[in-house]
Write a protein that binds this ligand. Structure first.
Ligand code: BG6
Length: 364
């Protein structure tokens, strides 16, 4: 049972620092600035021959797949993208021999992801799995993989498994990068960053009380936006997904850069925006968009870093610790879990078993 926690989701969120340590344990090699992933079943020559990475998953696994694609592109400079497995398998996909396919799934039983894996393998493609449940259907069907070691996850809304998926992608991207052009110094920089993450995740979890207060106010709105761009956009998508899954509020994710091409028309004092604004090369542009929202009197919650200057905007600010910029997305994701959880709690919803949803969808 969930012990002293009111729900499994709460228990699982708080387990994230320990879960993160487990997925990293024994896989980081500081001497060569790389990761060791024996379960991939690929030697260096095969790893070097990869020309593209295609990531497949459903729901949160799909959104974290988008974060993973960015990690692969940034660290390994291999073109990468993520697609909903449920769509991929119905469009007669072109399977290429030099593409590495990656199936992402907590349960390892999601039917859409499983059937995508089977379709790829039937056509001769190579698939690895990022899977939590050992011996599950997807784990068995793949050519190799990375087990996530998050421990059992009961709540429908994925938290610790999702965090470990991100870390699994970081390990994969590091290994792919180090057989290519990623320098040993950059490899070591990322390893140091990965080793800092469990403690930094704890620092975000320690802000729970402040986030609960913000969530209670967000829960009063019927409709919200979650915005971010580039690295921050999949974070916004995942944040919106969590919020709608358990609070049943309409939460729409959008690229901050696209607001002016449509949704700005919907911004008003009744429609809050949760904005993901890391300290990076896009900060100034992001802050500019926040001013557009503020000018329409849209309430703002900004998830950001200490050094970001919001130019005197009157907003609720949530500050997360900085890591290496490539690894920041997971730290930006944690407060969005707490916002969704506390919004649902304040509304009196069943946190672990939201209406109409199942933990894993295993039949078509
Ligand atoms: C959905 C759940 O049905 O399955 C999501 O509601 C989850 O929360 C998705 O992310 C994928 O599940 P899995 O087990 O393949 O990661």
């Amino acid at each position: 049972d969930a012990g002293e926690h009111d729900s499994f989701m709460h228990k699982e969120m708080l387990e994230q620092p320990a879960a993160a340590e487990r997925v990293l344990r024994g896989r980081l090699d500081d001497r060569f600035g790389t990761a060791h992933l024996g379960g991939l079943n690929m030697d260096a020559r095969e790893t070097r021959a990869i020309r593209r990475v295609k990531i497949l998953g459903c729901g949160s696994a799909y959104y974290v797949g988008q974060m993973g694609a960015a990690l692969v592109e940034e660290l390994a400079r291999i073109p990468a993208d993520a697609e909903a497995a449920s769509e991929f398998r119905y469009r007669n996909p072109i399977i290429e021999p030099d593409t590495l396919y990656v199936a992402v799934s907590q349960s390892g039983e999601t039917i859409d992801t499983l059937l995508a894996v089977q379709e790829i393998r039937r056509k001769g493609g190579r698939v690895i799995g990022l899977v939590n449940v050992v011996g599950s259907a997807i784990a068995r069907e793949c050519d190799g993989g990375i087990y996530l070691h998050a421990g059992p996850e009961v709540a429908v809304a994925s938290t610790k498994a999702l965090t470990n998926m991100f870390l699994g992608f970081a390990l994969l991207a590091l290994q792919l990068g180090r057989v290519r052009d990623l320098s040993i110094a950059d490899g070591r920089r990322l390893i140091a960053g990965l080793n800092r993450l469990p403690e930094q995740i704890q620092q975000v979890l320690d802000q729970e009380d402040a986030l609960a207060g913000l969530a209670g106010r967000l829960a009063e709105a019927d409709s919200l936006f979650f915005v971010g761009r580039v690295r921050g956009y999949p974070v916004a998508r995942e944040g919106a997904q969590k919020f709608k899954e358990i609070s049943y509020r309409h939460a729409e994710a959008y690229q901050t850069s696209e607001l002016k091409h449509g949704p700005l028309a919907l911004i008003s004092p009744e429609v809050p925006t949760v904005a993901v604004v890391p300290s990076d090369e896009l900060t100034d542009r992001n802050v500019g968009a926040l001013h557009e929202i503020a000018a329409r009197r849209g309430p703002l919650v900004v998830v950001t870093h200490e050094d970001v200057d919001l130019g005197g905007l009157d907003v609720d600010r949530v500050v997360v610790p900085r890591n290496e910029r490539e690894l920041d997305p997971i730290l930006l994701t944690i407060p969005l879990q707490l916002l969704a959880y506390h919004a649902a709690l304040s509304l009196g919803h069943d946190i672990d078993k939201p209406r109409n949803l199942a933990k894993s969808v295993t039949v078509e």
